[in-house]
Design a protein around this ligand. Structure first.
Ligand code: TEU
Length: 540
């Protein structure tokens, strides 16, 4: 078990993200809950992870599944009670699992009492907790569009003002320039730290410093880093807390500020550059340019080495399933899921596994009525309004829709995949009879045990944490190979990103080296479809 009294213990850790609505339903209402999670902690312990990032479980109208919080200090009754939350923290702790809460500080719900008060009168003490501009109903302050569609400005006729909403009208942006608001948020964070949570994932942090008067959504305002440092001093006082900020628009240079080595801001960030390469825009797909992907990883591995810290992830609740995206969710589902896992977990940083990734769960195709996500629904309506047909719109939803990642966790081959005893809130992927945790646990060659081995190796070998990264054959369009090196230990990772058989790729120094892990038996000779090998040698 990791020594979590050390200030950067999280550099040796692996985390697991739970999307509570879809993880495990214990009370038979078709929605996952905290007691469901408690019942699955043994599974996570077996996988070997050190902590759980829990997507929001706070009180919320659930316009955006909890990323619209109406009470930061209360648990949504859908998920259980505060007593359940206390029990989850304690039971997780007993198994060496740290709970990381999701914190949505860029915006609240429009049903939060602060906002209800703020919009009732310009004189409300909470009015300035949000961002307002005078205006008339037909003339918003500017043409900025919200992430989920429509204008980023919503009019409140009662007070003759617009409020600013970067995501949706149900998610009004908080005004970080107001010190009283910041104080409220820091106090709220202390409430959770005092309860025993070990860290936080901070939603959309790059949007917290705002420039509402410039047209467009601008990230990373200079004052943002002042706020980060203030929050570290005031709210994240303990050096051992792990803090990870979600920053879609952040490059290496800025990441070094957030995740700087002296710890004055956050432990690390989630950056997304590697997730944009096979997109033309949010809804259009191009084939993955492997050379660019490799260069992108190289840049982050080199950029933050010794000066910051990377997070490593392929999936989360906003992204399509990686095996459907960069792998092959048909013939080579198992091989490609393992290959992608090795590619990711072999690098320097803290890996995050998203629920079901360790089973090789895949994307889903639903009818538009069956989808739940507001982003999908808004996109569909906006495209219809532009004159496109449903047949033209649906493929992009099948590819990028966030509900791909949000279908219920597949536990068994039984009714509702063992997720619930009743019809779940979102359909179960029909492939659950073949892809589920029960069969994965019964198969020593499963993707689950491959992840378990990667996690164990990371704990055993310092080279995972310390080793420098060198990209091999950068221009190779089909294979991704790299080494990790310390003075006396060396790793080689070789991944075939195609369904073709390719020539072997093994630098001389690794000839005859120990095979630590591979996704095929007899890992030697040509690389079979999606084959991945990890070799180790000792010495200089
Ligand atoms: O995501 C931030 C964000 O920018 C995403 O909305 C992203 O643009 C989109 O998901 C791409 O499909 C965070 C949360 O992770 C997300 O679930 C929330 O909906 C969003 O913030 C608003 O809180």
């Amino acid at each position: 078990m990791l020594d979590k009294t050390k200030r950067d213990w999280w550099k040796s850790a692996v985390f697991y993200q739970i999307y509570p609505k879809s993880f495990q339903d214990a009370n038979g209402d078709g929605v996952g809950d905290l007691r469901g999670i408690i019942g699955r902690l043994d599974y996570l312990e077996k996988l070997g992870v050190d902590g759980i990032w829990l997507s929001p479980v706070y009180a919320s109208p659930h316009r955006d599944n909890g990323y619209d919080i109406s009470d930061y200090r209360a648990v949504h009754p859908l998920f259980g009670t505060m007593a359940d939350m206390d029990e989850l923290i304690a039971e997780a702790d007993r198994r060496g699992l740290t709970i990381i809460m999701d914190l949505v500080l860029n915006h609240s719900s429009d049903q939060h009492p602060w906002f209800l008060s703020a919009k009732s009168s310009r004189k409300s003490p909470c009015h300035d907790y949000y961002i307002w501009r005078d205006g008339t109903p037909d003339c918003p302050p500017n043409g900025t569009r919200a992430v989920f569609g429509g204008s980023a400005w919503t009019y409140v006729p009662e007070i003759g003002q617009y409020y600013y909403n970067q995501f949706s009208p149900w998610q009004p942006d908080l005004n970080w320039e107001n010190p009283a608001l910041r104080r409220e948020l820091y106090d709220m964070i202390r409430f959770w730290v005092d309860k025993g949570v070990g860290g936080f994932r901070l939603d959309a942090i790059d949007k917290m410093g705002k420039e509402p008067d410039r047209e467009g959504l601008f990230c990373s305002h200079p004052r943002l880093h002042q706020y980060m440092r203030e929050m570290r001093r005031e709210a994240f006082r303990e050096d051992t807390l792990v803090t990870v900020g979600e920053a879609w628009g952040t490059g290496v240079e800025e990441a070094m500020l957030y995740a700087n080595a002296n710890g004055s801001e956050l432990s690390m960030i989630f950056q997304f550059e590697h997730t944009f390469l096979d997109q033309v825009d949010k809804w259009g797909r191009i084939p993955l340019p492997l050379v660019k992907l490799k260069r992108c990883y190289e840049q982050w591995q080199h950029g933050l080495a010794g000066r910051g810290w990377n997070s490593l992830f392929l999936n989360n609740h906003d992204l399509p399933r990686i095996v459907s995206r960069w792998g092959d969710d048909g013939t080579y589902r198992v091989e490609s899921a393992k290959m992608l896992a090795m590619m990711c977990h072999g690098m320097q940083g803290t890996p995050y596994i998203y629920q079901g990734e360790e089973l090789g769960m895949t994307n889903i195709r639903l009818s538009i009525e069956e989808y739940d996500d507001l982003e999908i629904k808004n996109h569909f309506q906006e495209e219809l309004a532009k004159g496109r047909t449903p047949e033209e719109i649906m493929p992009s939803i099948y590819t990028w829709g966030r509900d791909n990642a949000r279908t219920p966790m597949q536990w068994t081959g039984g009714d509702w995949a063992g997720f619930s005893t009743v019809k779940p809130w979102l359909p179960v992927n029909p492939n659950y009879s073949a892809i589920n945790a029960e069969s994965a646990l019964a198969d020593p060659d499963s993707i689950f045990y491959f992840y378990q081995k990667l996690i164990t190796l990371r704990k055993q070998l310092p080279v995972f944490r310390e080793g420098s990264f060198t990209l091999l054959c950068p221009e190779d369009e089909k294979r991704f190979a790299y080494t990790r090196d310390t003075a006396d230990e060396h790793l080689l990772v070789v991944c075939n990103f195609t369904a073709e058989t390719l020539p072997e790729c093994c630098p001389e120094a690794f000839c005859g080296a120990e095979v630590l892990l591979a996704n095929y038996g007899d890992p030697s000779g040509p690389l079979r479809p999606y084959e991945a090998r990890m070799l180790r040698r000792k010495g200089a």
